[in-house]
Design a protein around this ligand. Structure first.
Ligand code: AMP
Length: 382
């Protein structure tokens, strides 16, 4: 059984590796040259895209910014899961906000800006602390600008002067004073069955995810219920099939959706070593019509991204419960090179293991590591 994934990065690679034991062969599409490639070696496979579409039982995506004509071709085959509308909603913040509003899902107060002068209204209506996001092609903090005081408005306008906002509008959000960032990842199959993983707590630095801890500490029943209800509303509302990730801001007891990702997600990488069935495995099960697997946490987990660096001591593997996942890329600033999962019996032990890890890696590339280790140790003692 073959599954064709649009995008040939690490997510396709991890789907491939999880598909092997189930007899599912994952092939990837390099969306830049429209070639079919092996998801691990990235070598071109001697087959046309049309043939690969024909051979596959399901087509899916590893990222939402797939060119629209490719998504349309995939959709015409009747095998694209999740659906084209869902993928496009993940790729376009204006569509995403409309979807959230339509389904009544709480999110950050915002306005859509198609003309620079509308920024005055935004400040008037949303306040002077704003975060401006390009509606398309922005991720990991790219395509974002911040306004922290009214006095910065003129400078911000001149920075944005060259942008074609009529073609790519901005979503301007009120800067929310959240307590922390969490995410819920779940999976829905073709029959509507769902499974959700425990919530993850996510630590970002300069707009990029650095560390996730799952299950997130100190989640109240009400927060858990809200997160699950948000997942159910979105997954059912979109008739979603596959893994869906939802990034949330926790503001006191309230959860606000920051964004949705119609795919497997970085904050779910801990499931590779921390759950019975990983997000990648469950995604493949959902899109191919296999029964969904357990989405529990076997223990407590941390996932640490290796970003922009490829040199560290491989002795880190001597830490019990440490698993390295390497993506085989050339190092570049801000590039996700791999990730490290740590599993532990409890949060104190997890904090200790993060501290051990900090001795094997160049800390300038891991700005959240020591802070998170100390926080886990102190929180779990409290
Ligand atoms: P995004 O690309 O939308 O996930 O934004 C990147 C990061 O910017 C998020 O993970 C948050 O840390 C921060 N951020 C985004 N939107 C807001 C907001 N409305 N208020 C405060 N911080 C935000």
């Amino acid at each position: 059984m073959q599954v064709l994934v649009y995008g040939a990065g690490q997510l396709a690679q991890m789907m491939y590796l999880e598909g092997c034991p189930m007899g599912i062969e994952v092939l990837a599409v390099d969306v830049k040259n429209e070639q079919v490639v092996h998801p691990v070696t990235k070598q071109t496979v001697d087959i046309t895209l049309e043939q690969a579409i024909e051979n596959a039982v399901a087509l899916t995506v590893e990222f939402e910014h797939v060119p629209e004509h490719l998504l349309e071709q995939a959709s015409r085959s009747g095998k694209l899961l999740p659906s084209i509308d869902t993928v496009l909603a993940g790729a376009d913040r204006v569509r995403e906000k409309r979807l959230l509003t339509k389904l009544g899902v709480a999110n950050c107060p915002h306005q859509v800006v198609t003309n620079i002068h509308q920024l005055d209204d935004c400040v008037e209506d949303l306040g002077e602390r704003l975060i401006l996001k390009a509606s398309r092609d922005g991720y990991d903090g790219y395509g974002q600008w911040r306004l922290t005081a009214h006095s910065g408005l003129a400078a911000l306008k001149s920075t944005l002067q060259g942008l074609d906002l009529a073609t790519v509008p901005l979503v301007v959000e009120q800067m929310v004073d959240f307590d922390r960032e969490i995410s819920i990842i779940g999976v829905r199959d073709k029959l509507g069955n769902t499974r959700v993983y425990p919530l993850a707590e996510n630590l970002h630095h300069k707009g990029q995810l650095h560390v996730s801890v799952a299950p997130a500490l100190n989640i109240t029943d009400s927060q858990q219920k809200q997160a699950e209800s948000i997942f159910a509303t979105l997954a059912e509302g979109m008739d979603y099939v596959g893994v869906l990730a939802i990034e949330l801001f926790q503001c006191g007891e309230q959860l606000l959706v920051n964004e949705i990702a119609p795919r497997v997600h970085n904050s779910g990488h801990w499931t590779l070593s921390g759950s019975d069935v990983s997000q990648f495995n469950n995604h493949l099960r959902a899109v191919t019509g296999l029964p969904l697997g357990q989405s529990n946490a076997l223990n407590v987990n941390a996932m640490v991204n290796v970003i922009g660096c490829s040199s560290f001591s491989s002795d880190l593997l001597s830490i019990p419960g440490c698993h390295l996942y390497w993506y085989g890329k050339t190092a570049r600033e801000k590039r996700k090179m791999g990730h490290i999962n740590l599993t532990a019996e409890n949060y104190t032990e997890l904090g200790d293991k993060l501290l051990s890890l900090s001795e094997y890696v160049p800390l300038e590339h891991f700005p959240k590591l020591v802070e998170e280790a100390k926080r886990l140790k102190s929180l779990s003692v409290a």
